[in-house]
Design a protein around this ligand. Structure first.
Ligand SMILES: CC(C)(COP(=O)(O)OP(=O)(O)OC[C@H]1O[C@@H](n2cnc3c(N)ncnc32)[C@H](O)[C@@H]1OP(=O)(O)O)[C@@H](O)C(=O)NCCC(=O)NCCS
Length: 204
């Protein structure tokens, strides 16, 4: 147990906020990640993307896919960790990165049920935006949300994303092609969000 605590204290955070940080997943995170996901399966399953023919999102194979694609050209995928004890409370992806004239990506995120209602995801999404705009140099980041996912829509509204419209049968969620609302930000809009929220959330 002492060894596990020691390892956790050394986990490197790529983005650091007030209460949470973002870290790339490592092989050592496999068991904790799968436990956190399974404990929240009822809360998560109906909102999670499922690649047709791909692994079940709660399977060990899903973690292996997350890890093997976490630092790619096409995505940066992070675990959300409490700064206090470095425990894993969720994840956020900057995925579908397209360069060239687009310089765009989309965000995907989830939080363990026990850690909802505390503002952790709003902070983690801000950190993912900072990573996308300032580290990866992207111009546009979007979040695509099922219209009935009120908790997720509240997160993007709280930050200041702009509503762009509804895309029909946009993503495969829990085995069904579902309509999604597009919420987006460009670099120009990020500058004012950073001024408004950055001082509070990015202490360093
Ligand atoms: C979407 C999801 C991440 C949102 O989680 P959340 O806990 O509601 O979001 P936050 O962590 O930002 O917390 C916001 C809540 O904490 C409250 N809060 C408490 N302390 C806070 C603080 N210090 N700062 C900000 N908010 C705080 C807010 O008032 C808000 O509660 P409210 O909605 O009742 O007003 C979560 O519901 C989830 O994992 N859902 C399943 C997966 C999913 O849908 N993913 C997104 C797919 S598009």
């Amino acid at each position: 147990m002492a060894k596990a605590g020691e390892r956790l204290r050394r986990v490197e955070l790529v983005q650091v906020g007030l209460r949470v940080g973002l870290a790339f997943p490592t092989a050592a995170d496999r068991a904790s990640y799968l436990r956190v996901r399974r404990e929240s399966e009822r809360h998560l399953r109906r909102w999670l993307g499922t690649a047709p023919g791909g692994p079940d999102p709660f399977s060990p194979a899903a973690f292996d896919r997350l890890r093997s694609t976490a630092r790619g050209e096409g995505a940066n995928r992070f675990l959300i960790r409490l700064i206090e004890d470095r425990s894993i409370i969720g994840a956020v992806d900057v995925g579908g990165i397209v360069r060239g004239a687009f310089q765009s990506a989309y965000l995907g995120y989830w939080l363990a049920a026990a850690h909802t209602g505390k503002g952790y995801m709003s902070e983690a999404v801000l950190l993912a935006l900072r990573h996308g705009f300032e580290t990866l140099g992207l111009h546009r980041l979007e979040a695509n949300i099922i219209p009935t996912n009120k908790a997720s829509i509240a997160v993007v509204k709280r930050i200041g994303f702009r509503f762009e419209g509804l895309a029909k049968r946009y993503l495969c969620i829990n085995g069904r092609w579902r309509d999604h609302e597009h919420w987006a930000l460009t670099l120009e809009e990020w500058a004012s969000i950073r001024r408004r929220l950055g001082r509070r959330y990015f202490p360093q």
